[in-house]
Ligand binder design. Structure first.
Ligand code: NAP
Length: 259
């Protein structure tokens, strides 16, 4: 199926590692024009080169989107480079961990700043630049539906983001904009692999045993890959997904037991 993304203008925030980087690669293969935003200049340039090698176009915009001023300048820069955005994708976010009783206000603010306020702000800043029929795809988490143990700040922030996705679908639908959230379960990104290995070391078990344990509650019996999540992100970003909005789409190997 041709996703009809050739030449489409995509603002991809957090497209240099993990799920975002796979999304950038796939969009490159589809021939999209990308503005890539992240903090690390080196990985930005590496990703842009990959996108170009795949057949897409890419400009890089270094920015920390938890800083309102930097986020504003990044979106303005992207609009200058791309013109109207056909697509906004925001993948920034991470799991904030620790027992609830040990997490202070600063940790909760840090979690909400990255997992909720950064994407919410980016949507608000991007709206005036969105082309008619534009697509917005945010990265949530399966833990918004089935909270993960000792991860209460990101469970709550991602649940807020899923709820915001519904509100935005209502408010922006009449302008022809569609808004969806992709909610990964346990995905074997480099970051997760490093964390599992470190935790396994502390517990005196092998990384393989920790990985088996992590996968044991997943019906498909394994963790997912960033590419498996990116495929859904790219589909939802495409004109093919014209009649889906307000949804949080689980990509979790069956981890969350809801109907
Ligand atoms: N991986 C999983 O198992 C999993 C599970 C559930 C949900 N998710 C969600 O899926 C999304 C992607 O996860 P991932 O594991 O692929 O993430 P990742 O590997 O940590 O990549 C995050 C991306 O966002 C950029 N970024 C982070 N903070 C930023 C900031 N303040 N300003 C600008 N860019 C920033 C990073 O680049 P720089 O560091 O250079 O800025 C990188 O490109 C996240 O929202 C995460 O919560 C992931």
């Amino acid at each position: 199926m041709d996703l009809d993304l050739r030449g489409k203008a995509v603002l991809l925030v957090g497209g240099t590692r993990g799920i975002g980087r796979e999304t950038a690669r796939l969009l490159g293969q589809e021939g999209a024009r990308l503005a890539l935003v992240a903090r690390d200049v080196r990985t930005l340039e590496e990703t842009a080169s990959e996108v170009r090698a795949q057949g897409g176009q890419a400009v890089t915009i270094p920015a920390d989107v938890t800083d309102p001023g930097q986020a504003q300048r990044a979106v303005a820069h992207a609009a200058g480079a791309l013109g109207k955005f056909d697509v906004l994708i925001c993948t920034v976010g991470r799991g904030f961990r620790g027992p609830f009783a040990e997490l202070d206000d600063a940790k909760w603010r840090e979690a909400f700043d990255l997992d909720f306020f950064a994407p919410a702000r980016l949507v608000r800043l991007a709206i005036p630049h969105m082309a008619p029929g534009g697509r917005i795809v945010l990265l949530g988490a399966a833990s918004a539906k089935q909270p993960s143990m000792h991860q209460s700040p990101s469970n709550a922030a991602k649940a807020a983001l899923a709820n915001l996705t519904r509100s935005l679908a209502e408010e922006l639908g009449p302008q022809g904009l569609v808004v969806n959230c992709v909610s990964p379960g346990r995905i074997l990104s480099n970051r997760r692999h490093e964390r599992l290995t470190a935790e396994a070391g502390k517990r005196g078990i092998s990384p393989e045993a920790a990985l088996r344990e992590d996968a044991s509650h997943i019906p498909l019996g394994r963790l997912g890959t960033p590419a498996e999540v990116a495929a859904i992100v790219v589909f939802l970003a495409s004109p093919r997904a014209a009649y889906i909005t307000g949804q949080s789409v689980l990509v979790d190997g069956g981890l969350v037991r809801t109907v």
